[in-house]
Design a protein around this ligand. Structure first.
Ligand SMILES: [Zn+2]
Length: 199
């Protein structure tokens, strides 16, 4: 095999095809690619990412299980909201997280919305003693969470807490005078209804 140059350590003859193992939550994805024998460097190419996504979509088990912490009022409120849609609390937490990561954090006005929500969240959602809940996560949501966690330097659990508190604030702010939020609330309700129906 032709020797290759390593862009990382600048060695000229140490790149060979090897098996690599990429940790993905509690499991790992294995494939073969060009790896530098000297410094172990390899490129995370679009091809590898595509293979990994295909593998991940086929996984039937949860690959991480973050444990966000909420106070009693939040647990109760989520339980009641979930029930209205015929859902359980933990899938409801997951659903709020998916919505947040897919439809909220990438908005141009995200910072404005977030600030408004932080200022208008019901105090009850933050008071009193808090307890953990396990939220099992599969591959696709894991990838979203991972990206968000890296960008904002927060744990998976913290990201879920943020998403859930945002969702509950939006859903509970019926008489809010911020049009954008009203619109998000409507979209979110529709989203929950669609998912609940498909479940
Ligand atoms: Zn190297």
């Amino acid at each position: 095999m032709k020797n290759r140059y390593c862009p990382n350590c600048e060695s000229n003859k140490s790149v060979v095809e090897k098996k690599i193992s990429i940790p993905v939550g509690n499991v790992s994805f294995s494939t073969k690619t060009l790896v530098c024998k000297e410094c172990k460097h390899y490129e995370l190419t679009p091809k590898i990412i595509k293979e990994m996504d295909e593998w991940g979509r086929g996984l039937t088990k949860n690959i991480v299980e973050p444990q966000p912490i909420f106070n009693e009022a939040t647990h109760q409120f989520a339980e009641e909201m979930a029930k209205q849609y015929g859902l359980k609390r933990v899938p409801f937490f997951r659903l709020l997280t998916v919505y947040y990561l897919n439809h909220v954090v990438n908005r141009k006005d995200f910072h404005e919305i977030k600030k408004f929500c932080d200022e208008h969240s019901a105090k009850e959602l933050f008071e009193g003693s808090r307890s953990k809940v396990s939220v099992p996560i599969r591959y696709l949501l894991f990838r979203k969470l991972q990206t968000f966690s890296e960008v904002w330097e927060v744990t998976h659990a913290k990201a879920i807490e943020e998403a859930v508190l945002f969702g509950l604030t939006v859903l509970s702010a019926e008489k809010n005078n911020f049009d954008t939020l009203k619109q998000i609330a409507e979209n979110l309700q529709q989203y929950i209804a669609d998912v609940a129906q498909a479940a």
